[in-house]
Design a protein around this ligand. Structure first.
Ligand code: FE
Length: 338
């Protein structure tokens, strides 16, 4: 018992010393952009809190936090897609945070109701078409993807992809399970080929002539415009972008987001860090890291994104993407969406 007390005292003494020596926040992130590093440096300059960054794929980081348990050094988890954030929350990775700043700056539909995670940027799941084969206005909605008119012409990635799970989950929420299944069945019937991985590969399918219309998140198109690989030169010019469902519910958007972990050793610093990411000055750069849209009103996106114009956004609560994820998965299996 005495030994244990001494050991405890030693640990406490050490952590008190460490806290005095240096304020830190440990961030586990599935984002890996130059702009993010510049942002973190800025945060350190403004607050004196050092950012220790651990990068990895979202699901791997969640597994890591779970296996580290109460001893996890993680304070903040940053990952993409409300579907992933929802899954992480279900696994007990986050704790509730209440912050007037975050609640007033981030729209309620883009964050967890108990503050377990917060959306920090958005991306649109857009439809693209071959400008040589399709006229502007010929395809305008997700529903059109299931129209027999496009038989053998539609490219979209696999059902294991979280972006598609979230898209289908949104349709379940808006139209119910039966209608969502009808839609998924129609899309499968229109496949140009069995789904392959990667949104960019759907856009390349238009370039190669295999696909006529394709579904991709908006930032992949921005990347093709701004920094195409040599083999992708000229591809962006062949593509038209459609923000679907402008005459009804609006275009499906998803988020990049962050939450404070359940056992965060530096909870206060973690909250400060997320508040910083929602500040006007950080918003633009955080969104820009991946050519996304800022979530805070009045902060403009970069000029490439801006050039596509404003569009009506589906303002559904993104929590529904998680809640309907099991239903979406079952529908995908039933309709044979690989
Ligand atoms: Fe992506």
């Amino acid at each position: 018992m005495k030994a244990l007390l001494m050991a405890t005292a030693a640990v406490m003494g050490f952590s008190a010393f460490a806290a005095q020596a240096e304020e830190v926040v440990n961030v586990y992130s599935s984002r890996h952009y130059q702009t993010d590093q510049a942002l973190y440096d800025d945060f350190t300059k403004a607050t004196g809190i050092k950012v220790n960054l651990i990068e990895g794929k979202g699901p791997a980081l969640v597994e890591r936090i779970k296996s580290e348990g109460e001893n996890s050094p993680a304070d903040v988890l940053i990952t993409v897609d409300a579907g992933n954030l929802w899954r992480a929350e279900q696994q007990g990775v986050f704790q509730a945070v209440s912050s007037d700043e975050l609640e007033s700056r981030i729209p309620a539909n883009l964050r967890h109701e108990d503050g377990k995670w917060f959306g920090l940027s958005t991306r649109a799941r857009a439809i693209f078409y071959d400008k040589a084969k399709v006229k502007e206005g010929e395809i305008t909605s997700y529903e059109d993807l299931a129209d027999p008119k496009w038989a053998g012409k539609v490219c979209i990635r696999k059902s294991s992809n979280i972006y598609n799970q979230s898209l289908l989950a949104s349709i379940v929420e808006h139209k119910g399970e039966a209608a969502a299944e009808e839609w998924a069945k129609g899309v499968v019937a229109n496949f140009a080929r069995q789904p392959v991985s990667g949104d960019t590969n759907q856009l390349r399918g238009i370039g190669s002539g295999e696909c006529v219309v394709a579904v991709s998140n908006s930032y992949y198109f921005a990347r093709l415009i701004k920094k195409p690989k040599d083999s992708d030169k000229g591809l962006a010019e062949k593509l038209g972008i459609v923000f679907p469902n402008q005459n009804d519910r609006g275009t499906h958007v998803n988020i990049s987001g962050a939450g404070v972990t359940a056992h965060a050793p530096h909870r206060e610093n973690a909250v400060k860090f997320i508040e910083y990411l929602a500040s006007d000055s950080a918003q633009r750069y955080f969104a820009d890291g991946n050519n996304e849209y800022p979530v805070v009103e009045g902060v403009a996106p970069n000029s490439t994104i801006k050039s596509w114009g404003d569009f009506k956004v589906d303002t559904i609560n993104v929590n529904a993407y998680g809640e309907n994820q099991p239903t979406a998965q079952k529908i995908f299996d039933r309709v044979g969406w690989k």
